[in-house]
Design a binder for this molecule. Structure first.
Ligand code: ADP
Ligand code: MG
Length: 343
């Protein structure tokens, strides 16, 4: 994967970017509600705490963190939806929340959790309207629509209203809409959430294509490690609003990327007996030590986490299948929550 990064131009610059939400604590019951009419207790939620970073033209950045870490809030400030409480961010030389309209012409946004499209309009009409709003030239519009149809198979549902689309169709339409006017910067907030592998693949391909063809700068938040591994050279990790890591994916891959876990559904009556047996697990599996293997047992589920650089899946399967009554199992990638925890 080649990313053509313009080393001299910062497309996005965040300096001490901060957002604190103020909400009012609501008292319990009617008495509490009446009380809060007179004296409201302010609760401050520090969602983003003095975050600074620079993103160069043509970079694809993975902006990752656990749920509630502050990713969407950061994206909302970069797209002009929210104004920071402190610090600032510049996108393509503009302060987004001060020039929201102008900024919107140069960026594309997808929030995976919520469509940006008009709920009651057919998909086709939606694109016709966006063409007018963004003043997309006829020829470019035609070539974009042809490309989107190839990659997202839009014609399948062009005449349907947005509200009738499946999640996968809706996300394909949302992505196409965000890319239609060939924005310089794309903000994709969980664009693959809840989608099947095939749709995820199409979305990743579209992201790569845009970046390769036009040098589009892309900020991507995701819970899917495969999205990150396939698309990003660099990631920024935030945790509880604070920047935890900013750097290459290689270090993450080296330290955590080879982590896998297998989840076994076990049948047993006596948990203590199983725990006792598990104590000897390490000595039976080649290449295992405290760093390369760990396990967890709860509610008849045994989770074995291991580093596949050191331990083969088959050696684990052999040992577990021989010793325990296994009803089912699944192999999973290391998830982002676990990586953040390890930091
Ligand atoms: N409009 C809001 N009002 C109050 N609190 C908010 C609002 N939006 C987000 N938060 C809080 O800010 C924190 C960060 O949220 P968010 O940016 O959505 O996290 P993420 O996208 O990483 O899951 C969370 O604690 C969330 O509850
Ligand atoms: Mg979010």
């Amino acid at each position: 994967m080649e990313q053509i990064v313009d080393k001299d131009t910062y497309m996005i610059e965040a300096h001490g970017l901060t957002k604190t939400f103020k909400t009012y604590k609501k008292g319990k019951g009617l008495r509490g509600t009446i009380k809060t009419l007179f004296k409201r207790e302010v609760v401050e939620i520090p969602a983003v705490k003095s975050v600074s970073f620079g993103i160069k033209r043509g970079e694809i950045i993975g902006y990752i963190g656990a749920n509630g870490a502050g990713k969407s809030t950061t994206i909302k400030m970069m797209t002009g939806i929210l104004t920071p409480s402190d610090g600032y961010v510049k996108v393509d030389g503009r302060i987004p929340y001060q020039m929201r309209q102008e900024n919107a012409k140069h960026i594309g946004v997808v929030f995976g959790q919520k469509t940006q499209l008009w709920w009651d309009l057919p998909v086709g009409e939606t694109f016709a309207i966006l063409k007018e709003i963004y003043q997309v030239p006829d020829v470019f519009y035609a070539s974009q629509m042809q490309y989107f149809d190839e990659i997202f198979e839009l014609s399948e549902f062009m005449n349907q209203t947005v509200r009738t689309l499946s999640l996968g169709q809706r996300m394909r339409a949302d992505l196409a809409a965000s890319m239609l006017h060939n924005p310089k910067v794309l903000f994709l907030d969980e664009p693959t959430i809840g989608l099947d592998v095939m749709v995820k693949e199409r979305i990743r391909k579209a992201i790569k294509d845009m970046n390769a063809k036009y040098g589009t700068t892309i900020v991507l938040t995701t819970h899917d490690m495969s999205d990150i591994e396939e698309l990003c050279h660099r990631i920024i990790i935030i945790d509880k609003g604070e920047l935890l890591y900013d750097g290459g994916i290689d270090k993450i891959r080296r330290d955590f990327g080879f982590e896998r876990k297998i989840i076994f559904d076990l049948r047993y009556d006596d948990e203590n007996e199983i725990l006792e047996q598990l104590k000897g697990l390490g000595s039976l599996i080649e290449g295992s030590d405290a760093n390369t293997l760990s396990y967890d047992l709860a509610n008849n589920q045994l989770t074995v986490q291991f580093n596949r650089n050191h331990i083969s899946i088959s050696s684990i399967m052999n040992v577990i299948l021989q010793r325990f009554n296994v009803l089912d199992f699944s192999v999973q990638d290391m998830d982002i929550e676990a990586i953040v925890k390890k930091f």
